[in-house]
Design a protein around this ligand. Structure first.
Ligand SMILES: *Cc1c(COP(=O)(O)O)cnc(C)c1O
Length: 410
C-alpha cells in the first residue's frame, strides 16, 4: 500500500459501490498512486498552481483583531485569494491533470451551492476538457450566479429532477452517468469523501494548503518566538480541513480544530454538526462514515447559513481523526459566523466566505483563552464575495430588498 493510499481510516472509508463502478475506481486508484510518485506530474501541477491558481496564497497576521482580543495572535491563511475564490480549485486542478494523464476527454462533477462546479468548469476551460456539472433543480434556482459562471466557462449545467433535487441527487446522477461513460470520462468529486480513492486523492491535492502554512509558520511565526498552538478550519465534507491539517497529522501538536455548522443551534435540529455524538455510523454514497440519520436510518435534512457546510456526512478520515482525538471538533452557529465575518471585515479588510467564517468564530473564542505568546492559524477557505445574496440579506434586509426591486425593474 502506498503512503498516499489508505482506503480505510480506522473503521471508516472503503468502497461501497455497484459492481459496474469497480473498474473505473480501480483504474483511478492505480493512476493516482502512480502520479503521486512521478516528479513530472508534480512539476506540471506546481506550474499550473503558480500561474493559474495563484499559489502560494498569503498568510496574513490579523494584527488589529489580535490586539483587540488581547489573547493569542490570529493569522489567516488566505485561500480565498485563489482563482475562483476558494480552495476547491486545488482539487479540481489535480484531478483534471490526472484525468488527462489517464486519457480522458470529459469531466463530470456534482455541485450543491455551485462552488465546486465553478472551480471545475474553470479548470476544464483552461485545460480544454468537456465538462458537465450535475446540479439539483432546487440548487439551480437558489444559486443562479454560479450557474451563470459555469456556463460562461463553457460547462453544461445538467439539471437533476429526481429526489429532493439537491446535492445528494446530483451525486446519484453523476454516478449513473459515470457507470456508462467511464471509458472517456472522469468523475471529479469535490470533497474528501466518496468511495476510495477519493478521500485520499482529495486530501493529497489539498495538502498544498497545509504545506504552505507550515512554511509560513516557519518564516512568520517561529522567528517571533511564538508558539503555534492551534490550526482551525471549517468542516463541510472536510477537504479544506484535511488538506490544511495533513502535514501536521503525525505530530502531537499543534491542536487541530475542525468547526462544524451549528446552524440555528443543535437543539433545533437545524444544523449540520455530525461529530461530538450527533452523527451515526452509516454507509451513504459509496463510503462508511458518520452521518446525520433519523430513527429509520434515513439521511436527515440539514441547515446552515453557509451553503458549503450543510452536508449530512463527514469525510471518513476526519471522522476517524475525531474518534482518535487528534482532531478536535467545535461548532459555530449561523449568528456567530455572521458576527465573525463582520469582525474581521472591519478590522482586517478581508471578507470571509460564510463557511470559513465558522472557523473565524472559533478562532476568536480560542484566542481569548490563550496568551499573547501563542498563535492560531485559521484557514480562510474562501472569500465571501460569492455570498453577497445571503450576507446582504442577513445584514441589511431592507436596503438589499430595495436594490433587488430596482434591479428587477431595469
Ligand atoms: C465547499 C466549501 C467548503 C466546505 O467544503 P470542505 O470540503 O469541507 O472544505 C468550505 N469553504 C468554502 C469556501 C467552500 O467553498
Amino acid at each position: 500500500m502506498s503512503e498516499y493510499y489508505h482506503d480505510y481510516f480506522g473503521e471508516f472509508g472503503g468502497r461501497y459501490v455497484a459492481e459496474v463502478l469497480r473498474t473505473p475506481l480501480d483504474e483511478l486508484e492505480a493512476a493516482f498512486v502512480e502520479a503521486m510518485d512521478d516528479d513530472a506530474f508534480h512539476d506540471e501541477l506546481n506550474a499550473i498552481a503558480s500561474t493559474f491558481v495563484g499559489r502560494p496564497t498569503p498568510m496574513l497576521y490579523a494584527e488589529n483583531s489580535s490586539r483587540e482580543i488581547g489573547g493569542a495572535r490570529i493569522y489567516l491563511k488566505l485561500e480565498g485569494l485563489a482563482n475562483t475564490g476558494a480552495h476547491k480549485i486545488n482539487n479540481a486542478v489535480g484531478q483534471v491533470l490526472l484525468a488527462k494523464r489517464m486519457g480522458k476527454s470529459r469531466i463530470i462533477a456534482e455541485t450543491g451551492a455551485g462552488q465546486h462546479g465553478v472551480a471545475t468548469a474553470a479548470v476544464c476551460a483552461k485545460m480544454g476538457l468537456e465538462c458537465t456539472v450535475y446540479m439539483g433543480e432546487v440548487d439551480i434556482a437558489r444559486q443562479r450566479p454560479n450557474v451563470f459562471w459555469m456556463e460562461l466557462f463553457g460547462a453544461k449545467v445538467a439539471p437533476v429532477t429526481g429526489g429532493q433535487r439537491t446535492l445528494k441527487d446530483a451525486v446519484n446522477e453523476a454516478l449513473r452517468d459515470w457507470a456508462g461513460s467511464f471509458a472517456n470520462t472522469h468523475y471529479l468529486i469535490g470533497s474528501a469523501l466518496g468511495p476510495s480513492p477519493y478521500p485520499d486523492m482529495v486530501r493529497e491535492f489539498q495538502a498544498v494548503v497545509g504545506r504552505e502554512t507550515q512554511a509560513q509558520i516557519a518564516s512568520m511565526i517561529d522567528p517571533l518566538g511564538l508558539k503555534t498552538t492551534a490550526l482551525v478550519a471549517c468542516v463541510g465534507g472536510g477537504s479544506n480541513a484535511i488538506g490544511f491539517f495533513a502535514p501536521f497529522l503525525k505530530a502531537a501538536t499543534p491542536r487541530l480544530v475542525g468547526v462544524e455548522a451549528g446552524g440555528r443551534g443543535t437543539g433545533t435540529g437545524q444544523h449540520a454538526a455530525r461529530m461530538l455524538g450527533l452523527g451515526r455510523p452509516g454507509i451513504v454514497q459509496g463510503y462508511k462514515s458518520l452521518f446525520l440519520l433519523d430513527e429509520d436510518g434515513q439521511v436527515q435534512d440539514t441547515h446552515s447559513v453557509s451553503a458549503g457546510l450543510d452536508y449530512p456526512g463527514i469525510g471518513p478520515q476526519l471522522a476517524s481523526l475525531g474518534m482518535s482525538g487528534r482532531v478536535e471538533f467545535a461548532r459555530a452557529t449561523d449568528a456567530e459566523a455572521l458576527e465573525a465575518l463582520q469582525f474581521f471585515a472591519r478590522r482586517e479588510g478581508v471578507i470571509f466566505a460564510l463557511e470559513s467564517a465558522h472557523g473565524a468564530a472559533e478562532a476568536i473564542r480560542l484566542a481569548r483563552e490563550l496568551s499573547p505568546a501563542e498563535a492560531i492559524v485559521v484557514n480562510m477557505s474562501g472569500r465571501g464575495d460569492k455570498d453577497l445574496f445571503i450576507t446582504a440579506h442577513e445584514l441589511n434586509p431592507d436596503g438589499w430588498r430595495e436594490f433587488l426591486i430596482q434591479e428587477a425593474k431595469r
